[in-house]
Design a binder for this molecule. Structure first.
Ligand SMILES: *Cc1c(COP(=O)(O)O)cnc(C)c1O
Length: 406
């Protein structure tokens, strides 16, 4: 009998794959009609052999590019040694991972889970438990994005994501992003926390003023609230610092992480200051796969790779490159309203809809994202080679400049 190995089977064509999805996969995503089969660095290939330059690898999860060798090796080794054991045991890899995160943030403790929304659920629970009886309200901000499970969704102050799903979890109050006075006026005796992305990602790469975040810190200190930073998108080196908060010199009490935390492997974490962490007592919260050996090994390898290869500095350099290219574009193209850059987190706000830009870039084999209707969002890998950055910027500039005028 002939044996076939899965990797020897030719991939299905893109068209056949689309058919398979139509029949068997729930259609809750808008997907490009392309079957991606392989990735390396900032390049991916489809079943037809087309090569794409990826400026949005893994929706922000592949901060180190596709299949980074160090992560691949760590995972291969771990998967052959110990795949999963429950959190009723100790695992040195989980402990060492927590230590590494602690040493690069504010020296607290970690709870591990598998995604961003889960990390935020843990933060919400911890904030309520820490505050004690009767204090349950959490203030969040318009345009924020915290995830899709009900706690995180209720924290997400964007009506479009709530449509048809109500009622939301009680106790979330929304202030306009950037409005310190409004946030302050929402605080009462039942408030336990303020939760915010230090830089809004899905909201359009919105960078708040240092004064605003400082003001939130002060408000939290005065009223005995926890300050929660959702760093699911900004964390783990994305902005050229380990964590987004380090840009502003404003230290939160809780940090949530996921997306690029494990170099493309699924993983999430909540980091809590030492004096707050004990409120998450045994039995109060759990995640079966949280901090599993594979995620832990990948998480450790991601941190090591970033440090060994000087990638934080490289993210800053790449940020300058994107800023220069997009500002040059803005100078000669009146469709570009604003350019917002923090390391390898780039937002180009247009005065027209951005969907056509994504489509035209795809036709020219460049992958970009559009959020909030008119913000072209790039979350490139921090090890994107400069030539590829320039190559992609050439395409993007060309596409935006040839957009039809309204
Ligand atoms: C993506 C994202 C989330 C949700 O993460 P999932 O892993 O999809 O649950 C939460 N917060 C922010 C800031 C995000 O960018």
């Amino acid at each position: 009998m002939a044996t076939t190995h899965p990797h020897e089977v030719a991939p299905l064509s893109s068209a056949d794959t689309v058919e398979l999805f139509k029949q068997y996969v729930i259609g809750n995503y808008t997907r490009y009609p392309v079957n991606l089969v392989r990735g390396e660095g900032s390049l991916v290939w489809d079943a037809e052999g087309n090569r794409y330059l990826d400026f949005f690898p893994g929706w922000g999860c592949n901060l180190l590019g596709h299949c980074p060798e160090k992560i691949v090796r760590a995972v291969q080794e771990q998967v052959a040694t110990l795949i999963h054991v429950p959190n009723t045991w100790h695992m040195d890899v989980q402990g060492r991972w927590a230590q590494m995160l602690s040493q690069r943030s504010f020296g607290g403790k970690a709870f591990f889970c598998n995604s961003g929304t889960e990390a935020n659920e843990a933060a919400i629970k911890l904030a309520r438990l820490h505050a004690g009886k009767g204090r349950y309200k959490i203030i969040t901000f318009t345009g924020g994005f915290h995830g899709r499970t009900f706690g995180s969704l209720s924290a997400t102050a964007q009506p479009k994501y709530h449509e048809g799903l109500g009622p939301m979890v009680a106790g979330f109050l929304y202030a306009p992003h950037g409005d310190l006075a409004a946030a302050s006026s929402l605080v009462d005796d039942e408030t336990c926390a303020i939760m915010i992305e230090p830089i809004q990602g899905e909201g359009g790469v919105k960078i708040p003023s240092k004064e605003f975040l400082e003001g939130l810190r002060k408000l939290c200190d005065e009223r005995g609230l926890l300050l929660i930073f959702d760093e699911v998108q900004t964390g783990c080196g994305r902005t050229g610092q380990w964590f987004g908060y380090q840009h502003f010199g404003v230290e939160p009490d809780l940090i949530t992480l996921a997306k690029s935390l494990c170099g493309g492997i699924a993983g999430g974490a909540l980091l809590a200051k030492n004096e707050i962490a004990p409120a998450l007592r045994p039995g109060m919260h759990a995640a079966t796969f949280g901090g599993n050996p594979i995620a832990a090994r990948a998480g450790i390898a991601a941190i090591e790779m970033i440090e060994e290869e000087g990638l934080l500095a490289q993210a800053v350099q790449l940020g300058h490159l994107f800023e220069r290219r997009m500002q040059d574009l803005q100078a000669k193209c009146d469709l570009v309203r604003e350019v917002r850059v923090a390391g390898v987190m780039v937002g180009v706000e247009l005065s027209v809809e951005g969907a056509q830009v994504v489509k035209s870039c795809l036709e020219r084999k460049l992958l970009v994202n559009c959020t909030q209707g008119n913000v072209i969002r790039l979350l490139p890998a921090m090890n994107l080679p400069e030539e590829q950055a320039e190559e992609g910027c050439d395409i993007l500039c060309d596409v935006i400049q040839s957009l039809p005028r309204a």
